[in-house]
Ligand binder design. Structure first.
Ligand SMILES: [Zn+2]
Length: 147
């Protein structure tokens, strides 16, 4: 298997907290090395507090079968919103979820782009999202917590 083929297969693996995007679109794949007898994948975790890492590791292993892959998380690597690929950001927008923003003071409404928003609840449908309300379109929406 080539490195590109590995990346292609990884596009079928999703973080359960963010099922809309693959781990490739999330920018979680830091390194892929392919040798004759081993595939090694290094991932950058998105949210330390989210118990999804095992799930993702198993997803990667399954996606690369029958090849044996070793998966490791670089816990020292800091993932940020800027690691999301442009395709990934466009998808998020289409799903109506505000991408995580580095400056978490003002979260932009994914529907109208207004910054006139306020947080209504710390937890949304998953632990990694918060609920917001847009004063401009008067609609609630979800935004990722910023790490
Ligand atoms: Zn709005």
């Amino acid at each position: 298997m080539t490195r590109d083929q590995v990346l292609d297969r990884l596009k079928s693996v999703h973080d359960p907290e963010i099922p809309d995007l693959s781990i490739v679109e999330m920018g979680m794949v830091m390194a892929v090395s392919v040798t004759d007898d081993a595939i090694r994948v290094t991932l950058r975790p998105t949210y330390i507090g989210c118990p999804a890492l095992d799930w993702i590791r198993i997803g990667v292993e399954n996606a690369l079968k029958p090849a044996a892959a070793s998966v490791q998380f670089d816990m020292g690597a800091i993932w940020s919103a800027s690691d999301i690929t442009p395709e990934g950001k466009a998808k998020l927008q289409a799903f109506g979820i505000a991408p995580p923003q580095l400056d978490s003071q003002q979260v932009r409404c994914p529907q109208c782009g207004s910054e006139n928003t306020r947080r209504t609840s710390q937890f949304g449908s998953t632990l990694c999202r918060s609920m917001y309300y847009c004063e401009h379109c008067q609609e609630p929406f979800e935004a990722w917590k910023t790490v």
